[in-house]
Ligand binder design. Structure first.
Ligand SMILES: Nc1ncnc2c1ncn2[C@@H]1O[C@H](COP(=O)(O)OP(=O)(O)OP(=O)(O)O)[C@@H](O)[C@H]1O
Ligand SMILES: [Mg+2]
Length: 336
């Protein structure tokens, strides 16, 4: 994780403030009177708007409460269900600068807080403290998102604990500095588990989260699989070529049905690999790449990721959804 430039008074982000309030109902289509601050200009850290994004009401409300009332919000759920992009897409519509940090086991305390570095000043080598992402973001109107929060190393989690508190300050011991949070600094996290360890067997590398730490997340919202029709619309939004014909729409509906069958079979413990909304989107896009060959795309997008012993079961889901057997691998044609 690259360390950002040190905080200098010249950074325009430091003085950036929200200039207006927007209605959650008008902007996100969620039935609530909540108003959320929004920035006038789009700094380079503001995520791009995905016009096709579909907002899950409860998740969106929790995230908006995070922005409006400086609540610490954790979004929990299976992989590929939209946790990270929900936070991004809310920020994108508020013009709120956002930075995502993936807290997998490679991220160390020093990466997050900062370290001494040798830099050239007027031609001379000097040792200077280089702020890590946390002190850098804390001083700015930034929404900091810790992805894979439940994979964070214990030494990293203790650093975060302090800033989790309302207006939590960060003490840089070796610098004798106490950093106060910018009033528009916000903190979010995404996890696959709820911090009690991985009960599904899907998420290797996740850890139990210390209960004192969990206690400091003021809102925990769960974003699991979306309703069939909503997911179908999202896939059609990401692979619009399939929406041009009734047959194309039927194929996407069948793809989502296959995904649903893998999720039910997974919940029943019959199979150990589950198809996420992200994978359905990829399957549709791959099928386009392979000239509409849905079967080959299915094999290369998902089936080949499954345990060999479970492939017949998964292939049967395909057969039940499409009413045809999964074709053998791509057909061979006579080379002229
Ligand atoms: N509600 C939605 N509307 C539109 N696209 C969505 C939605 N939910 C998910 N997607 C798409 O699915 C993909 C996966 O979403 P995202 O990365 O947010 O998942 P995630 O829950 O953070 O996954 P992981 O646990 O693996 O980090 C993205 O390409 C995103 O654009
Ligand atoms: Mg994510």
């Amino acid at each position: 994780m690259a360390s950002p430039e040190n905080t200098t008074a010249s950074d325009p982000l430091l003085s950036l403030e929200p200039a207006r309030k927007v209605s959650v109902r008008d902007v996100f289509g969620v039935d609530s009177d909540m108003m959320v601050p929004a920035f006038e200009t789009r700094d380079s850290h503001v995520p791009d708007i995905d016009e096709a994004y579909r907002f899950d009401p409860q998740t969106t409300l929790a995230i908006c409460a995070g922005f409006a009332f400086d609540r610490r919000v954790m979004v929990q759920g299976y992989h590929g269900t939209g946790k990270s992009t929900h936070i991004e897409q809310v920020a994108a519509r508020l013009n709120w600068p956002l930075v995502r940090v993936n807290l997998d086991s490679h991220v160390s305390r020093i990466d997050l807080v900062g370290k001494d570095a040798i830099v050239l000043r007027e031609g001379k080598q000097v040792t200077e403290f280089r702020e890590g992402m946390l002190p850098w973001a804390l001083q700015r109107p930034i929404a900091l998102v810790f992805d894979e929060y439940d994979a964070g190393r214990p030494d990293v989690m203790f650093v975060i604990q302090r800033v989790l508190e309302q207006s939590g300050k960060l003490t840089l011991l070796d610098q004798n500095r106490v950093i106060r949070p910018n009033p528009w600094f916000r903190l979010f996290s995404t996890t696959n588990t709820i911090g009690l360890g991985d009960t599904t067997g899907l998420y290797h590398g996740t850890q139990q989260i210390n209960q004192g730490q969990m206690d400091r997340w003021s809102l925990v919202t769960t974003l699991n699989y979306l309703a069939h029709d909503v997911e179908q619309e999202i896939v059609l939004a990401k692979a619009p070529e399939w929406g041009k014909t009734a047959e194309g729409k039927r194929d996407i509906a069948a793809m989502v049905r296959v995904a649903d069958m893998t999720r039910n079979a997974f919940m029943n413990g019959d199979i150990s690999t589950v198809m996420s909304p992200r994978t359905v989107i990829t399957w549709a896009q791959n099928a386009t790449i392979f000239g509409g060959d849905i079967g080959t795309a299915f094999r290369l997008t998902f089936l080949n990721k499954c345990d060999e012993l479970e492939r017949p079961t998964v292939a049967e889901f395909y057969q039940r959804a499409f009413g045809t057997d999964l074709p053998e691998s791509a057909a061979r044609v006579k080379v002229a």
